[in-house]
Design a binder for this molecule. Sequence first.
Ligand code: PLP
Length: 416
Amino acid sequence: MHDALPNRTHTEAIERELETVPPAPVAARLAAVPGSPLRDILALTDRPEVVSFAGGLPDPGLFDQAGLRAAFHEVLAHSALRVLQYSRTEGDPELRDALATRLSRRGLPTSADDVLITTGSQQALAVSATALLDPGDTVVVEDPSYLAALQCFRLAGARVVPLPPQGGGLNPELLLETVRRERPKVLYVVPNFQNPTGHTLSRAVRAQIARIAAVHGLWIVEDDPYGDLRYRGEPLPALAAHAGAEDRTLLLGSFSKTLAPGLRLGWIRMPQTVRRALVVAKQSADLHTSTLDQAAVARYLAQAPVDEHLARLREAYRTRLATMLEGLPDTLPHGSTWSVPDGGMFLWARLPDGWDTEASLPHALRRNVAYVPGAPFFAGTPVRASLRLSFTTHAPQDITAGLARLAAALKQQGKN
Ligand SMILES: Cc1ncc(COP(=O)(O)O)c(C=O)c1O
């Protein structure tokens, strides 16, 4: 028989411990992973008077509000019981099917079974890292690279090895040398209009990367949220389309930059060998992506003139990029250089040596203009004189006004 009353000595011991023992520290693997300084900057720029070149934000004025409203209305009106229910981890069958068709049209033969729907492509990165990486594994990345991807790899316990750019983009000879030396398991690339540099990998470089991956047993995480936003030149074949790379490339996509980031909808086109691992990794994260959002976007893709919407976006962003490029010579200090991207949302500038764009940011913010300092994007030695400018969020006249403010802030700082 147990005593009905708690043992007095135990009770006293518990009370004593509760008073004196602090909780254990959070997981050690998080200590080595910095938070995103970009999120902090976005908090500072969330005021209507600020012209922000900081975030990779689409212009909300270009969202197809009417089309999305109609799609949500229809799925709720006709399929409420299904779209409000739990659903499969792999994703909505109609949406997977629609994506498979779109990918196949781009020269990537894809069946619905090859597609995993994710909660934004950020989750695609997280589940890819969980599925592919053990602690201590090595990931090779372009340097600079997309910050939140670096976070995912580090959280998975991976060693991140940067590949310094040569001639603006990834250098295949340097990649080969690094692969031989570091024996990585994964290569992470943003092939189109890279974040943060705006750079696009050439056709020849893509073929060489695919070959290196094939010969050295590398997984490729090909992160392509910007591919549909091309403003000049012909689309280039995906790494996943190259012979030798088909069975080892996870191709990640997103509706964030083309439809709306608030939908939080992305996907992975995956080789079947990694499918189970990805599905289990996603199950543990969120069971599945919102049934309602998936169904609404599947409906939207089926009935809205999506290609016209994309053409409108490209037209608007092409003009904004041109406006920014036109304004930069009078904005940045003499001796600065910058990328001239073929698409996407960003351009990357390098001020003359001696400039520190982190130190300049408060001066810019005081004048109600924002950008992102380049240093946090580097996995290797940061270039403190670099910065990233997004040209998509604001209309051309606001870009011009923002650049005038930036010019004034930099000029004032240059004199100090
Ligand atoms: C290269 C890259 N990958 C992935 C993402 C994540 O986008 P989302 O989760 O909104 O699809 C971004 C967002 O800016 C990005 O620039």
